[in-house]
Design a protein around this ligand. Structure first.
Ligand code: MRU
Length: 334
């Protein structure tokens, strides 16, 4: 996989061989973005199965179980991770019940991981098509973090909406929040959009309100890490502030995410676990300490935007509108 930490300075690729290595890559954000970490975890399970071939049956199954655990615990907020692992586990257990031998099981898990990846790409394209309908013929979209090709199997969710609108001939301009503290906006979103030749302006997160007040933003589109049944949405820290600002300025605020990001087990945002990351992401810049020693630091990686501030949730199955309880439930029906 591409090392997202090194972008845009260098395009370097890392080769991972074990579930533990994949879990580590998810933890330290070599790969990041909710759908992408789900896909990576699925391949991690497939790697665990392949590397356990030749071991006794009990040992093979134990190594698979270890893989589910280590990958599932890599990051807490994006539900796509648990969703992908649950899907891999289901595939393995169904095959076992049908009498599959280890070799067949390993092949099946690799195929399932590929399917998860292919389906995510298709979902992103469908999200793009549905979301583009919300974009006026000429528009400036503001986005936060990176919900692009890097964060998914390709094409992106929020950036999928941008790409589809551009492909439809709409005149689209993007304001990309730099997204403190890890700078997914300036490093990744700007890199993706500039490569695609899409008119992109990078702003500091704190400029969003002034840009809205100046009439420079027509709509906000962001991705999601976990959407509760009622539509409350966890996404990169700073998303909630944007939603409040958008409401204050009468600007539509949209979330774009595949249905794999909806957590059926979670009634509302209060049940979403928020990852606290290393304080050095805040106190240091590029390895240089900026803040004084001894200062307390908070570094939650995500916040929750209440459903009441969200105008629509764009999924691969269509655009859900408030009240999100019933509209999302309809998209989750088989
Ligand atoms: O900490 P990150 O970079 O993994 O956070 C990513 C986000 O918050 C994205 O907006 C979200 O995962 C959607 S990606 C399509």
């Amino acid at each position: 996989m591409i090392d997202q930490r090194a972008l845009p300075r260098v395009e370097s690729w890392v080769e991972l061989h074990t579930a533990e290595e994949v879990a580590q890559a998810i933890r330290n954000m070599i790969v990041r973005g909710a759908p992408a970490i789900g896909i990576a975890a699925a391949y991690g399970v497939a790697l665990a199965a392949t590397s356990a071939l030749g071991a006794p049956r009990a040992e093979f199954d134990r190594r698979l179980e270890d893989a589910y655990q280590v990958l599932g615990g890599a990051r807490p907020t994006a539900v796509n991770l648990g969703w992908a692992i649950a899907r891999m586990r289901r595939a393995a257990e169904t095959a076992r019940r049908a009498g599959a031998a280890d070799v067949a099981l390993a092949a099946l898990l690799e195929a399932e991981a590929r399917l998860i990846e292919t389906e995510d790409l298709a979902a992103c394209r469908a999200i793009g098509r549905h979301g583009a309908e919300l974009v006026p013929r000429q528009a400036t979209l503001l986005t936060h973090c990176n919900a692009g090709g890097l964060a998914t199997a390709g094409y992106g969710t929020a950036l999928g909406v941008v790409r589809a609108a551009v492909e439809q001939g709409k005149r689209v301009r993007v304001l990309a929040d730099e997204t403190r503290p890890v700078l997914q906006g300036s490093r990744l979103t700007a890199w993706e959009l500039v490569r695609d030749g899409i008119d992109t302006t990078l702003i500091a997160d704190s400029m969003a309100g002034a840009a809205m007040r100046a009439g420079e933003v027509d709509l906000v589109v962001v991705g999601a890490d976990r959407i509760a049944r009622n539509g409350d949405t966890a996404n990169k820290i700073g998303t909630y502030s944007l939603a409040v600002l958008a409401r204050a300025h009468g600007i539509p605020f949209y979330v774009a995410a595949p249905t794999s990001t909806i957590d059926r087990e979670c009634a509302d945002g209060a049940g979403i676990p928020i990852e606290e990351r290393d304080p050095r992401e805040i106190t240091e810049f590029d390895g240089t300490r900026l803040a004084p020693e001894g200062v307390h630091v908070r570094n939650p990686a995500f916040d929750v935007t209440p459903a009441a501030l969200i105008d629509a949730i764009v999924t691969e199955r269509g655009v859900a509108r408030p009240p999100f309880g019933p509209s999302l439930a309809a998209f989750l029906a088989p």
